[in-house]
Design a protein around this ligand. Structure first.
Ligand SMILES: Cc1ncc(COP(=O)(O)O)c(C=O)c1O
Length: 406
């Protein structure tokens, strides 16, 4: 005789379950919240850090997906190695070597986005209360990851040549940081690139004080103007852990990226990655490998550079036309973003609802500062909008800004 199923009348509530205190103190990403609002119909959004959707190589991806299934059959759907599939690691090492950083397959760990790379670095190096040196402002997603590990920040100001490295040594002596985190090339949020001289100086400090230097580099290959600067890894070798990603040079939804680190630390990263997801998506790793192997990645990046360069030029041209002279902004030579400073006292966060009302969106600067300052700043993304919407959006934003300066 079958038994009646037992059902319990229990409703889980926050009062009944004790969520860990350090998790309760985490904040939702403000950018993700702004993205929700900015996706309302008719709003021209310069808010997200999104690559241009019209540039995703969809037809090629379709071909790669079917090639991967034909070639690797069930292996393409199976659990795979935590370090990543070997052909992709080989291909990444070969590209890194070609770009001036001699790299072996063993130096590469495939991650689920470079967001995971950032998190694995925090896991490997940070205990609660430890300090991290960061640029001021810095990438908000890194702050979110570091906050989870209860890091504290020793921030370093920036100018048009990147982090003011002359401030770093005294910060090291004062705070004994466990890690230096930089987005040295076409930084998110400012678009600024660190000068070659400062790169050398920063690497020297990292070596002198034995502090791992993390160079988060999603944008380095997207240069549309100016003279290339050697990457931090090319300068610093083993002193640098660099993070690369296919998000901006192919498509972020594939969620494949990599860490390029010194040999001794790779088994440690392998272990800390295993705690989180065992390994990255097997199928998209094979797809990306197929894309690289067919020789299509570099020409694709060339097309992206052309597309983003045009959009950035137009955005700057329209800003020159429509923005008041009291504003300062960066003129990035690559990447996806530019950064605006309004006069002190003008609040970019209070201005946002008015901008949304006028059907244009941006991300205000505060979340990029670990201490929540910088309310007179804002970030614009130029890769995701179209040429038509850039002109109209900048015109709308110029009007909102002028109204706020009066
Ligand atoms: C500086 C920086 N690091 C990491 C990421 C995360 O990239 P991924 O999609 O590879 O996780 C981003 C995304 O915008 C970024 O700007």
């Amino acid at each position: 005789m079958s038994k009646e199923p037992v059902t319990f009348d229990f409703k889980a509530t926050p009062e009944k379950w004790d969520i860990a205190a350090h998790v309760l103190s985490l904040e939702n990403s403000i950018i993700r919240e702004i993205l929700k609002i900015s996706s309302r119909p008719g709003v021209i959004s310069f808010a997200g850090g999104l690559p241009a959707p019209e540039m995703f190589p969809l037809q090629e991806m379709k071909r790669c997906a079917s090639e991967v299934i034909d070639m690797y059959k069930s292996d393409s759907m199976q659990y795979s190695l935590s370090m990543g599939i070997t052909p992709l690691r080989d291909a990444i090492a070969e590209r890194e070597t070609r770009q001036g950083c001699p790299t072996k397959t063993e130096n590469i760990l495939v991650t689920s986005g470079s967001q995971q790379g950032i998190e694995l670095c925090a896991r490997a190096f940070i205990s609660p209360g430890d300090y991290i040196i960061t640029e001021y402002p810095t990438y908000v997603g890194a702050l979110q990851a570091f906050n989870f590990y209860q890091a504290r920040y020793a921030t370093v100001d920036m100018d048009e040549n990147g982090m003011k490295v002359e401030q770093v040594e005294s910060a090291i002596k004062k705070y004994r940081p466990k890690m230096i985190y930089t987005v040295s090339t076409f930084q998110n949020p400012t678009g600024i690139t660190m000068s070659e001289e400062r790169r050398h100086a920063l690497v020297e400090l990292a070596m002198k004080y034995n502090i791992p230097l993390i160079d988060d580099n999603p944008y380095g290959e997207i240069r549309f103007a100016g003279k290339p600067v050697p990457s931090m890894k090319a300068i610093g070798g083993d002193a640098v852990i660099s993070l690369g990603t296919f998000s901006k040079i192919m498509a972020p939804g594939l969620r494949i990226a990599w860490i390029n680190g010194p040999l001794f630390i790779m088994p440690i990263f392998e272990r800390v990655k295993q705690c989180s997801d065992l390994h990255s998506n097997t199928f998209t790793q094979y797809m990306i490998y197929a894309f690289i192997n067919s020789g299509k990645l570099d020409p694709h990046i060339e097309r992206l550079i052309e597309n983003y360069g045009q959009k950035r030029n137009l955005m700057l041209q329209e800003m020159d036309k429509h923005f008041p002279p009291e504003l300062k902004w960066t003129r990035p030579e690559g990447g996806l973003f530019l950064w605006i400073e309004m006069p002190t006292g003008v609040s970019a966060s209070k201005m946002l609802p008015q901008a949304i009302e006028q059907k244009v969106a941006y991300v205000y600067g505060k979340p990029f500062y670990p201490d929540g300052r910088g309310d007179n700043t804002l970030r614009l993304n130029f890769s995701c909008a179209t040429l038509d919407t850039i002109s109209e959006g900048i015109k709308r934003l110029g009007k909102v800004i002028k109204d706020n300066l009066r």
